[in-house]
Write a protein that binds this ligand. Structure first.
Ligand code: 13P
Length: 256
């Protein structure tokens, strides 16, 4: 069975005081919830204090980006080793905002994913099509190119989580329907089976992201190939994030 993961991508939100309040709310609200992995991905400047805030809890912490080089003259960037120093165990790579706002390509992401996994982090590798790509029937081709260009035998599956985030559903309030999401997740799982092998593809977690909210999380997470959520806006409010974590925990309980 795949353990559901509920990941919160804080993007460029939260001052230190706000972050402390949010994490306290999540920590206290999680109580005895089991069977679900919870990952917070704060902005890089908050990684050290948030590591302290989650110490002794099952909450995991990841970064939102990493540079592919180990060190050097790369103003404003952060290396994998630096992220590891903070206590981060995961890093989101290939988020649509990195691809579309900052121009990251599959070729760069292939390097970043390798740097992350060889440096000991788990990569949460994001894929997804734009509205124009979906409407022109290219969803599968785009997602396939994003996966094939970046994954391979030298990217160990145990250090990998996939997130399918249709670009048109991010921050727009438009969620993919559970059927639309499940259809792409099945396709992604098949591709993972062909890049790795069937059992490996079956074991990999594929998260859905794009306007996940408490109201739609139950339906999305009950789909057979949706193994969790990568949450943006709703992860910034403890009660909302907790409700989505609760949906993940219910899913885990139903599957066990
Ligand atoms: P929203 O949940 O705000 O649509 O953001 C999704 C996302 O980009 C998570 O990485």
């Amino acid at each position: 069975m795949r353990t559901p993961m509920i990941a919160g991508n804080w993007k460029m939100h939260k001052t230190l005081a706000e972050a402390r309040e949010l994490v306290t709310g999540i920590r206290e609200g999680m109580g005895e919830m089991t069977g679900v992995e919870v990952l917070i991905c704060p902005p890089v400047y908050l990684l050290f204090p948030m590591a302290k805030a989650i110490a002794g809890t099952p909450i995991l912490m990841g970064a939102q980006n990493a540079h592919e080089e180990a060190q050097g003259a790369f103003t404003g960037e952060t290396s994998v080793a630096m992220l590891k120093d903070t206590g981060a165990t995961h890093v989101i790579l290939g988020h649509s905002e990195r691809r579309h706002v900052f121009g990251e390509t599959n070729a760069t992401l292939a390097k970043k994913v390798r740097a992350a996994v060889s440096g000991g982090l788990c990569a949460v590798y994001c894929v997804g099509e734009t509205l124009e790509e979906r409407e022109s029937g290219r969803t599968q081709a785009v997602v396939e190119a994003q996966l094939r260009a970046v994954l391979g035998a030298d990217v160990p599956a145990e250090r990998l989580v996939i997130a399918y985030e249709p670009v048109w559903a991010i921050g727009t309030g438009k969620t993919a329907t559970p059927d639309q999401a499940q259809e792409v997740h099945t396709f992604v799982r098949g591709l993972l089976g062909s890049i790795y092998d069937g059992p490996t593809g079956d074991g990999l977690r594929i998260l859905y992201g794009g306007s996940v909210k408490p109201a739609n999380s139950g339906d999305l997470l009950s789909q057979p190939d949706i193994d969790g959520a990568l949450v943006g806006g709703a992860c910034l409010v403890a009660a909302d994030f907790l409700a989505i974590i609760g949906a993940g925990a219910s899913q885990a309980a139903a599957a066990s």
